[in-house]
Design a protein around this ligand. Structure first.
Ligand code: AMP
Ligand code: ZN
Length: 118
């Protein structure tokens, strides 16, 4: 089985534009950005998705969430940003390693995330 692409990015087997790293967390630019700032913030621990989160992860998740506004502002999201966590098939998750998208950095308001059916 081929190894998880984000684990390979953490190990630097695959290059990425990193913006933050510590013992537990890595943050880098999305390769296919939908806005001027499009970061991915991931735990170094291979957790498949938010659906696999357990009580033992609560310190790690807290650390990640505290970093979100810090990195968003540092990378240029002065007027706000959007965070997205796609989870599982229905949630549209494509990479099976928990990640938070941080999106922003433009002047315009981002479009509605999900369009209501008429
Ligand atoms: P998701 O649909 O939430 O699973 O998002 C996965 C994201 O990973 C997508 O926005 C991809 O553009 C991004 N992605 C996939 N491969 C890479 C890579 N090698 N470097 C940076 N971002 C990547
Ligand atoms: Zn992984």
């Amino acid at each position: 089985m081929r190894e998880c692409i984000f684990c390979r990015i953490i190990r630097k087997d695959i290059p990425s534009t990193g913006v933050y790293e510590d013992a537990d967390i890595f943050a880098f630019y999305d390769i296919n950005p939908i806005a001027p700032v499009h970061l991915l913030l991931i735990p170094k621990l291979h957790i498949i998705s938010l659906a696999e989160i357990e009580e033992k992860h609560h310190t790690l998740l807290g650390k990640i969430m505290v970093l979100v506004p810090r990195l968003a502002k540092k990378e240029g999201c002065a007027d706000g940003f959007r965070t997205i966590i796609n989870t599982g098939y229905v949630g549209g998750q494509e990479v099976d390693h928990l990640h938070i998208h941080i999106i922003g950095g433009g002047k315009e308001r981002l479009p509605a995330m999900i369009h209501r059916p008429n």
